[in-house]
Design a protein around this ligand. Sequence first.
Ligand SMILES: N[C@@H](CCC(=O)N[C@@H](CS)C(=O)NCC(=O)O)C(=O)O
Length: 215
Amino acid sequence: MKLYQSLGPNPRVVLMYLAETGVQVDRQFVDIMAAENRQPDFSAKSPLAHTPLLELDDGSCIAESIAICEYMDETLGGHALLGATAAERARTRMLMRIVDQLVVVPMTAGFRGAEGMPMFESRLLCLPDAAADLKRLAADGLAQVDRLLGEGPWLAGERFSLADILLYSFVEFGAMVGQPPDPALTNLAAWRDRVAARPAAIDSANPQLGIGEPA
Ligand SMILES: N[C@@H](CCC(=O)N[C@@H](CS)C(=O)NCC(=O)O)C(=O)O
């Protein structure tokens, strides 16, 4: 099994999953800034030529960060971060869908229509006229997540889950690309500090390093 990873919040979700669980897989860095992901060898493996990508021993491939983590959790991770029961897993999936729709989708579309435009405009539909509104939508999504978090400690309550990893990767990405969370969202700020204190948050920050390798 081999994981293809790169810069960016989506590969970070998988790296943080690996760092949290201790699941070991071979890993290869793909330089998306140099368009390595769009070379025929790689794009034949991935439906949208995206990273992360997990290649199984039989040569078949799984794209999409959450699908990869779910596969690993089911086969190697002992349901560590989805949940121990069907009800827990359903709750984690519910929270991930909320985070995806309310935060990830508008945040990334807002980025593509503004700061990220030079990287994407030659090959993807970018919406510069909508970028400010998309960012407002993502900020509103974070406000809704702040309410869902309440006192926490985690999105699912007492149980740290893949939903926290997904949200954290995109809160950190947003902070780097001009969409930092509103400091008035105090539940989110306290939760972000709690996640940042987990070793996996540090170990997953640099996709070019091995997990736990000193920066
Ligand atoms: N929904 C996908 C998104 C994957 C994605 O957009 N990956 C980015 C890195 S964060 C990528 O490979 N970009 C390369 C490109 O656009 O050329 C997932 O969850 O994995």
